[in-house]
Design a protein around this ligand. Structure first.
Ligand code: ADP
Ligand code: MG
Length: 719
């Protein structure tokens, strides 16, 4: 019924002029633009800052600002903004015009180094976990020269960090940058065992963004989608993803027009988008760029999420980044492909050609999985949220357990190494193990790629790790901060142990082997190559003492564990105040999201569903009454059955909604953020599924013409 109202025709998109290589980065103050708009000395200094973190002087900043302004004005910008990533999960911007009175009745376009480098957003209302009390509400945004400025619409956006007056991080970028420094330094030190020429190690991130699209007019008819990002009710469509006909299927024309538009915009903004395809669920899609340095990659993902939303609207769609917008079909994730590379061009997570290169590879691999083992609970906390909880440990989702999959070849190498005795290991040549007998003509890379496990939350995929449990709406930084900090810490401990052995007289290689052997043996619990979705794994993981907690507020406790605090302090990524503030924000955000869902569910149940069901019930009653009035032996039994069912379900909805409201009333006065979040988890959220079940039953009974909400079958099948 509703479907008839949808306009399925694609929005006309003007094809971009030229090839992607012509317009790539057109809206970015890229190196090419810098070279053109800055003088040589300023350009060199800026590159030095970007690459080596050398501080910029105010004069240089003035020179850069002048060049940037010139470029921005020539490219249609009239405003500028510091663009930052507060703990809301989104991005924040406050636009200022370039114009300034010139003192004689006119205006001039102005932009100084001071405005470029630092601003003071009047932003006392961002989540801060108590770090900034309103009487000391000052926060600073400060330019991050490592991520180039760009233009969106007519605004020059300057990527910045966001810190409190007292120095604590209030955003995702500060700790991300700290963690990247930590892992870069620790990894460089370890690399020097193998190659003295290594000066710098860079962390790379390649994200894959999954999302749903729904028609805008249908979306507007679903207050739950509008206000919570997911459907809080809705009976399963008769046809879902059973036929597996959506994944990699032909992309609907209307969606294709959207994708082309989005890709064009991304390329203009310097986001190297590469892959697009249909995902498993109906209306679900994926977009992935080529991986980049992690800080830039993360800015690009944040930017992508914003422009996706904007372009979707242009195409009369709404993009859903929620991890589980629809019950009963796949949810959306954001795989984070992670690796480390040296300035000598070596991917440290890629098997090499020589025994020495392979020892280096194994060193980094083992350090990574040891970190994942030691901080598996914390890694889970880094990706846990009210929304991602639907993918982690809830119904129809993998369990909330972090394990790692290495594949048969790599597993065999590690097991062989751990089992080797004496000098054995030194003769051990990993090169042979990477070849598989009989099919040696197939390049190693192909072999690696076929050995995949799609159920592992943290899988080794041949030349990188893929952290798959990250949520589709997450800021990737959160996961990357924990991962990089933990690995940095592990690499430092590893080096201390190796150095101690060398000092005690051991040869370097032997010392490395010995320490690795020990590490491999102690982290076996985290290695799991089987089906991560199975119930057996849940039981097995518990035996292995992996973190199996699935209550979201309790998972956040991991940030405040002694070991986590020490690790974050040692790597300089978070101090105690910052950690407490972050946990506080997580609990608060959780509570608010559940509170909003509870309210929306209650409103919909009482104002939309129950009245309509009652109306239909009244119609049936009227019918039955008239049937008995004419007294011709008509069969009223089936209708009476239906009436009873409607009565039962509406009565239950009313009762449960009332109880849920009572539970909220009890939870609301709780002052402590953690206790309140727990109350919301344990006493409020538990009603959602039950209430929904009754509503979904009514959806099956009530006249389709009367049903007040667009149904799954209408929402989910774009043509
Ligand atoms: P799949 O869906 O099979 O995992 P995709 O091609 O969709 O593969 O995505 C793979 C992602 O991994 C891309 O973003 C790609 O750029 C990224 N990637 C590839 N190699 C590396 C690497 N060494 N480090 C980080 N990311 C990488
Ligand atoms: Mg992937």
């Amino acid at each position: 019924m509703v479907d008839a109202a949808i306009n399925h025709t694609a929005v006309e998109v003007k094809a971009p002029e030229g090839r992607p290589s012509d317009y790539f980065g057109k809206k970015v103050f890229s190196r090419a633009a810098m070279r053109k708009y800055l003088n040589k000395a300023t350009y060199d200094a800026l590159i030095d800052t970007m690459q080596n973190g050398t501080p910029l002087t105010r004069e240089l900043a003035d020179g850069i600002a002048a060049g940037m302004r010139q470029w921005a004005l020539e490219n249609g910008a009239d405003h500028y903004t510091h663009w930052f990533q507060p703990l809301t999960g989104g991005t924040a911007e406050k636009h200022d015009g370039f114009v300034n009175p010139d003192g004689s009745g006119g205006v001039l376009e102005e932009f100084s180094g001071k405005l470029l480098v630092q601003q003071e957003p009047d932003a006392s209302s961002f989540p801060n976990g108590g770090i900034r009390n309103t009487f000391e509400a000052r926060g600073y945004s400060a330019w991050d020269p490592a991520s180039p400025a760009f233009i969106v619409d007519t605004t020059l956006c300057i990527p910045t960090v966001f810190i409190a007056y007292t120095g604590e991080a209030l955003d995702y970028k500060v700790p991300l940058l700290r963690s990247l420094t930590a892992v870069g330094q620790a990894a460089t030190e370890v690399c020097r065992y193998f190659d003295k020429n290594v000066q710098r190690v860079t962390c790379f991130l390649g994200w894959e963004q999954e999302y749903f699209l729904v028609d805008e007019s249908l979306w507007a008819g679903r207050p739950d989608l509008m206000l919570t990002g997911r459907t809080l009710m809705g009976h399963e469509s008769a046809k879902n993803q059973q036929l597996e006909d959506h994944y990699f299927g032909a992309i609907p024309t209307r969606v294709m027009a959207f994708m082309k538009d989005l890709e064009y915009e991304c390329l203009m903004l310097g986001i190297p988008v590469k892959t697009r395809h249909n995902e498993v669920a109906p209306n679900q899609f994926e977009l992935a760029p080529v991986y980049e340095e992690a800080n830039l990659a993360n800015d690009h993902n944040q930017l992508l999420m914003t422009i996706m939303d904007k372009i979707a609207r242009r195409h009369r769609f709404r993009v859903l980044l929620h991890e589980k917008p629809f019950k009963g079909i796949n949810g959306s994730g954001k795989h984070n492909n992670w690796s480390l590379g040296t300035d000598t061009g070596v991917n440290l997570l890629s098997p090499g050609k020589t025994a020495s290169e392979n020892l280096q590879f194994i060193t980094f691999l083992v350090n990574a999985i040891t970190a994942v083992y030691k901080y598996n609970g914390l890694l889970k906390a880094s990706i846990m949220s009210a929304t991602n909880a639907h993918r982690l440990g809830a119904n129809e989702a993998p369990p909330a357990i972090i394990s790692t999959f290495l594949g048969t070849q790599v597993s065999a190498v590690l097991d062989k190494l751990a089992a080797s005795k004496g000098d054995d290991a030194i003769r051990f040549d990993a090169k042979n193990v990477f070849k598989m007998s009989g099919i040696s003509h197939i390049p190693t890379l192909l072999l690696d790629n076929t050995d995949r496990n799609r159920t592992s939350p943290f899988a080794f995929t041949g030349n990188r790790f893929e952290f798959r449990a990250v949520g589709s709406s997450d800021n990737c930084a959160e996961a990357m901060i924990v991962l990089n900090a933990a690995i940095a810490h592990e690499l430092t401990l590893f080096k201390e142990q190796v150095d101690a052995k060398i000092e005690a007289g051991a040869k370097k290689e032997k010392a490395i082997y010995e320490v690795l052997k020990q590490m491999i043996k102690s982290c076996t619990a985290v290695r799991f190559d089987g089906n991560g979705y199975s119930d057996e794994w849940k039981a097995e993981a518990k035996k292995r003492c992996l973190d199996c907690e699935s209550s979201t507020p309790l998972v956040f406790d991991r940030y405040l564990d002694k070991a986590a605090q020490q690790m974050f302090a040692a790597t300089g990524v978070f101090n105690e105040v910052e950690l407490e503030a972050r946990a506080e924000v997580k609990w608060e955000t959780y509570t608010k999201k559940i509170q909003i869902e509870g309210r929306v569910l209650g409103d919909l149940a009482m104002n939309h569903i129950v009245p309509i069901a009652s109306k239909y019930e009244a119609m049936l009653l009227d019918k039955v009454f008239k049937m008995t009035q004419i007294n011709r032996g008509l069969n009223t039994a089936p209708d009476i059955e239906l009436i009873k069912k409607i009565q039962d379900h509406t009565a239950e909805i009313q009762r449960l909604t009332g109880e849920m409201i009572e539970a909220r009333k009890k939870a609301n006065p709780i002052e402590q953020a953690r206790a309140k979040a727990i109350a919301y988890h344990d006493t409020v959220e538990i009603f959602f599924e039950e209430i929904r079940r009754h509503i979904d039953k009514l959806e099956e009974i009530v006249d389709d013409q009367m049903w007040p909400l667009p149904k799954y079958r209408e929402l989910l099948f774009l043509r």
